[in-house]
Write a protein that binds this ligand. Structure first.
Ligand SMILES: Nc1nc2c(ncn2[C@@H]2O[C@H](COP(=O)(O)OP(=O)(O)O)[C@@H](O)[C@H]2O)c(=O)[nH]1
Ligand SMILES: [Mg+2]
Length: 312
């Protein structure tokens, strides 16, 4: 399978992704084997509330990338994702897609309803797309909020999509948004309130100035269904990419992301290993009785348990 994968066989890539989705040891050994082939693709994450227009915008970006000869992989954590493959920007691309454009590879995952938004599975599928040789990998995930801090580690560029309807929510999480977003899109700008929201975001962004990596969040207004602002969004993404490509910023961000990913894996394994120990589980049950009966506190119980384990 790896041979056919390396030869660009789409069926092999699709199988590889199914293996990853099943998880377990099969998924791990495959990811181990593919890892050295990753790192070439440019990754862009689109996040925002359901119905904000993410898929429609991604569609526009697919068309843009195809128009300049880039191959695209899309991972959508949204079972209802309706990708037409560039219906907005031109018939040429749509036609190409209709005839089975091999340069666009879309994988939808049924949302796992995870609190983390874009799950680690999506990141691993992005690795597969990357190893498969896609030039650009686009991730679409639902939800905006605190949990989306994780999105920062998923991609080279994070696009947060909002609409005039998200106005009130935006007020409460404005600073959090500015922390994770490289580009904020105010979509559905054909509706009332869009200009005010965009102006508000712009003033907050400029007050805040450049954030991590010396980039000031870029605010773009679009009307995705009407095709308005799509070029501006594309230009903002290009500008961000050019920024990241200089001064070693891209490498620095990837290093940060890999540190986070690896850290999470070490913690998960440590936790699993801990609870696999039957002695510990017995001790836990016993000490829990003492906690319930008020003879010791949860803090003390935890301290004693770990201490006795350390002593062996
Ligand atoms: N009025 C208006 N509707 C839009 C716009 N962009 C998307 N939509 C519509 O909003 C709905 C949700 O769009 P979709 O791209 O699936 O949103 P997603 O859930 O964020 O991926 C669809 O019916 C779109 O046609 C826009 O700019 N203006
Ligand atoms: Mg969608």
């Amino acid at each position: 399978m790896l041979e056919r994968f390396a030869a660009g066989d789409v069926l092999a890539a699709s199988r590889a992704m199914s293996t990853i989705e099943r998880g377990g040891e099969g998924a791990e050994s495959l990811l181990d084997a593919l890892y050295s082939k990753t790192g070439r693709a440019w990754r862009i994450a689109f996040t925002g509330p359901g119905g904000a227009g993410k898929s429609t915008l991604v569609d526009g970006m697919i068309a843009r990338e195809r128009g300049r000869g880039q191959t695209v992989g899309v991972i959508a954590e949204d079972p209802s994702s309706p990708f037409s493959g560039g219906a907005i920007l031109g018939d040429r691309v749509r036609m190409a897609r209709a005839q089975g454009d091999a340069g666009v590879f879309v994988r939808s995952l049924a949302s796992r309803g995870s609190a983390h938004g874009l799950s680690s599975l999506a990141g691993e599928l992005a690795d597969v797309m990357d190893a498969f040789g896609r030039d650009v990998v686009i991730l679409e995930s639902m939800g905006v909020g605190q949990a989306e801090a994780r999105v920062r580690y998923m991609a080279d560029c994070t696009v947060v999509v909002l609409t005039p309807e998200s106005g009130d929510d935006v007020q409460t999480m404005k600073s959090g948004l500015l922390e994770v977003a490289d580009v904020i899109v105010v979509n559905k700008s054909d509706r009332p309130g869009a200009d005010a929201l965009a102006a508000d975001l712009k003033s907050v962004a400029s007050l805040r100035g450049a954030g991590l990596g010396g980039w000031e969040v870029c605010i773009v207004q679009t009307s995705a269904t009407g095709g308005r602002g799509i070029d501006e969004l594309g230009e903002a993404l290009d500008a961000h990419r050019a920024h990241m490509d200089s001064g070693g910023r891209r490498e620095a961000r990837r290093r940060e992301a890999l540190r986070e990913r690896t850290r999470v894996m070490v913690e998960e394994r440590a936790r699993e290993e801990l609870w696999r120990d039957p002695t510990l589980r017995q001790q836990f049950d016993a000490i829990l009785e003492a906690v319930v009966n008020g003879r010791t506190s949860p803090h003390r119980a935890a301290r004693d348990l770990i201490e006795s384990r350390r002593r062996g």
